[in-house]
Design a protein around this ligand. Structure first.
Ligand SMILES: NC(=O)c1ccc[n+]([C@@H]2O[C@H](COP(=O)([O-])OP(=O)(O)OC[C@H]3O[C@@H](n4cnc5c(N)ncnc54)[C@H](O)[C@@H]3O)[C@@H](O)[C@H]2O)c1
Length: 120
């Protein structure tokens, strides 16, 4: 898979790292589905994204137009099956390493050697 083949990104874990990674992809033109275990965490993640946006806009790093476009590309779901149906080209795991150990990845038929998988 080439970089230009990647259009849609799935991000699992919307915590400190995940919300920023998801927003950064959205800002750079990718469609993003951000997944976490419940809506409350996802709502907090979107608030964190909005706080980051304010800092970037106030600092002149991004324009309001870029923000609107990025937010239109960023979706959230607490439903893992919705993420899987989304059909991502790249999956990024930003959850505790335990997640890898408990073989959740294997249960989805996704292996760490697959080109669309990236875990941190
Ligand atoms: N925070 C950092 O500065 C930093 C830097 C480099 C690497 N990391 C690594 O990134 C990973 C995430 O760190 P973080 O600081 O963002 O943690 P965090 O606790 O802020 O976020 C982790 C998120 O994963 C979610 N999660 C847990 N189980 C889940 C599941 N089964 N399905 C979906 N979501 C689930 C949690 O609800 C939480 O929102 C860790 O492995 C950490 O070591 C963090």
């Amino acid at each position: 898979m080439q970089l230009e083949d990647i259009k849609k990104v799935g991000v699992i874990g919307a915590g400190i790292m995940g919300h920023g990674i998801g927003f950064t992809f959205a800002l750079n033109g990718y469609k993003v589905m951000l997944h976490d275990v419940n809506e409350k965490i996802l709502s907090k993640a979107m608030n964190n994204v909005k706080m980051a946006i304010k800092i970037f806009v106030d600092g002149g790093l991004i324009s309001p137009d870029m923000v609107e476009a990025a937010l239109s590309r960023l979706a959230t779901t607490a439903d893992l099956s919705a993420l899987l149906q989304y059909g991502f080209d790249k999956l990024i795991l930003v959850r505790h390493p335990e997640f890898l150990k408990n073989r959740a990845i294997g249960n989805w038929g996704i292996g760490s050697a697959d080109p669309f998988y990236r875990g941190i």
